[in-house]
Design a protein around this ligand. Sequence first.
Ligand code: ASP
Length: 217
Amino acid sequence: MTPETHILVLYTGGTLGMVESEQGLVPAGDFDARLRAALEQLPPSRRGRLPAFTLREFPQLIDSSSATPADWHTIASQIADAYDSFDGFVVLQGTDTLAWTASSLAFQLKGTARPVIVSGAQLPLEAEHSDALGNVELALTAAAQPTLNEVVVAFGGQLLRGVCTRKWYTQDHRGFTTPNAPLLGEWVDDRVVLYPGRLMDDQGPAFELPDYGRLGK
Ligand code: ASP
């Protein structure tokens, strides 16, 4: 990471951004301000290791259980459009179909030379004992690693190959696993540790977003 490293965060919805209401958990916006306030609670040494980021909130926040391929295409298109302006990307969404998003992005953005990190949380950002802040810290830190040239799920202190990921637990903070692929990295002593021999090689900037006109979006 350099002082110029700048990450684009796409916030699409999901439990991590929800808030308590009389009707239970409901989707809530203003996530940029809420996340920055939460990050302020981190010790200064950890805050200092985070890259700068710009957060874009989806106008219609979705519960990921209602996500469709058109949503995956929207996410991929936003990354493709912003590809040359940012060093890495973080997609924040609900956990129900997070593994599907990661798989779809891995195919759509095949050949990416920049990290694309997908994350979410089992609990809302402002809930007691929430995993949201830790997951976002991991995701932002991973997105600033220039040797990660692929789509990665950051969750529960682990970095997982996106295309091989599946949801394993509905409550445990380690909600995801890759039964057929080794861990790409882990959060150890408040830092990201990558396992270089397991990472994809830099395939160069030659990636092209396929034509998804047939999806009607
Ligand atoms: N139903 C939520 C979603 O997938 C669950 C979660 O965020 O964990 O959007």
